[in-house]
Design a protein around this ligand. Structure first.
Ligand code: NAD
Length: 448
């Protein structure tokens, strides 16, 4: 571990990663790598998570390729020195921001989108001129193995390396003199990462999780709302950090919404989802048991069947849930959607604000004043009005949490900025001097 970090740091110091030409070439190489390894990636995702080819391609490979294209397109302009204004106090000088890579970046990834979440930060880190160590999740060992093989085939270890392993290996990596840590994972582990990083004052980005509310107001377009919630919730069997965690619906439209959602659940995943060969499974037995335990909250009104042998859980809706139920305590991270009702938006704002700031929030309703009221009164990482998940795939929108759902953000230019130190420079003139700053000065300006 120590040797890999040392090697990367020394290679970085020699300046190999800094030119525009080098960075662009590596990004293009990464895109070719994804094409060459498309089949092994899809197979590994099927093996570890039972992800369907369609979902795996769209949410992992296509996402990464589009992120690479966006970086390649804008890299030259992002790398430019940014000139800033010169105030009167600085007359005669030039002032600008120089973009400097941090050095060696550690990317720690989770298992739910194990390719995308391991490599999307790498795109930004490489574009910004850094070297990278990737620590994929031990819960998707086949994907991690493929990641290691493809990175080894395309990049030397002094530039990009994959280190496999669980918490012990990660802890060891965290003891190294890294220049930046980019972590995606759970809130409890995020706290460990930040504590470790503080020992060496290593800057961190924490992409965490939480319970993302989905509010459906009485003026929502019910049919399209139902379709978009079903898609957002049950994609990857609910194992998405920004999946709608719970449904908070106005009591007047609840019956219509649930009826429409049931229709789309059957249409998308079939009446017997456990038999659907393409429906994603829970990642392992302990997560399967954890998610199954939520079925004891409230009353199942759609789904509810489980299969221990395949670790699959049917897309499920739980009615008659109250805030104190276990299903409302932690992030669900599975295909179970609890439903709560409300009568007015004051109640919604108060209840959500009593809880940790969510990573995402979705509001469905047509009235613009009410949309703005929600956006202005609740703090959350990001989200959508009248949709779910879609904000994450716009490269012009930074993605990240706030409060307990994370700190820092990435995607598109924000990824480049995240892995770039902005070095502020005043280039002073020697033709004259502003002498007012000196202790013995009487006049404002002396021409030399
Ligand atoms: P996790 O926190 O258990 O693991 C994430 C990574 O940390 C893994 O690589 C793991 O090996 C490592 N790790 C685990 N325990 C550790 C320890 N004690 N010390 C050091 N490293 C340790 O998360 P997970 O179960 O892999 O992923 C699910 C969580 O990630 C959910 O909470 C989800 O919301 C969140 N998530 C967030 C985003 C986002 O972009 N904000 C994306 C995906 C997942």
């Amino acid at each position: 571990m120590n040797a890999t970090v040392k090697l990367q740091k020394s290679w970085f110091k020699d300046g190999h990663t800094k030119s525009y030409g080098f960075r662009k070439e590596q990004l293009l190489k990464m895109k070719t790598m994804l094409t060459t390894f498309e089949k092994p990636i899809l197979n590994a995702l099927k093996f570890d998570l039972n992800k369907s080819e369609y979902e795996a391609y769209a949410s992992e490979i296509a996402f990464l390729k589009s992120e690479i294209d966006h970086h390649v397109k804008h890299l030259k302009s992002w790398m430019q020195v940014t000139k800033v204004k010169t105030p009167l106090t600085h007359a005669g000088s030039k002032n600008y921001i120089k973009k400097e890579p941090y050095g060696t970046i550690l990317v720690i990834a989770p298992w739910n989108y194990p390719v995308q979440l391991a490599l999307a930060p790498v795109v930004g880190a490489v574009a910004a001129g850094n070297t990278v160590i990737i620590k994929p999740s031990e819960l998707t060992p086949t994907v991690s193995w493929v990641l290691k093989k493809m990175i080894e085939q395309y990049f030397p270890p002094h530039f990009i390396a994959v280190v496999e392993g669980g918490r012990d290996i990660t802890q060891e990596l965290l003891d190294q003199p890294l220049d930046y840590i980019f972590f995606t994972g759970s809130v409890p582990v995020g706290k460990i990462i930040m504590e470790k990083a503080s020992k060496r004052l290593i800057p961190v980005t924490l992409e965490l999780g939480g319970k993302s509310p989905t509010i459906v107001h009485k003026d929502a377009n019910i049919d399209i709302t139902a379709r978009r919630i079903v898609w957002g919730k049950y994609t990857n069997a609910g194992q998405t950090c920004i999946a709608p965690d719970y449904l908070y619906v106005h009591h007047e439209v609840k019956a219509d919404l649930l009826r429409a959602m049931k229709k789309y659940m059957e249409q998308f995943y079939g009446k017997k989802t456990l038999k659907n060969k393409d429906f994603t499974k829970m990642i392992n037995h302990s997560h399967f048991e954890r998610v199954c335990s939520y079925l004891e909250s409230g009353a199942v009104i759609v789904g509810g069947a489980v299969d221990e042998s395949t670790h699959k859980i049917e897309p499920t809706i739980l009615d008659q849930v109250v805030w104190d139920d276990p299903v409302m305590k932690d992030e669900i991270f599975g295909p179970i959607l609890p439903v709560l009702t409300y009568s007015n938006l004051d109640e919604v704002i108060e209840k959500i604000n009593e809880r940790p700031k969510p990573l995402a929030l979705y509001y469905f309703g047509e009235n613009e004043i009410e949309q703005q009221r929600i956006l202005n009164s609740i703090s959350f990482g990001g989200g959508c009005v009248n949709d779910t998940l879609y904000h994450i795939i716009n490269p012009h929108l930074p993605f990240g949490g706030v409060g307990e759902s994370g700190m820092g953000s990435y995607h598109g230019k924000r990824s480049f900025d995240t892995f770039t130190h902005e070095k502020s420079i005043t280039k002073q003139t020697t033709r004259f001097d502003q002498i007012l700053r000196y202790p013995d000065s009487q006049l404002g300006l002396t021409v030399l």
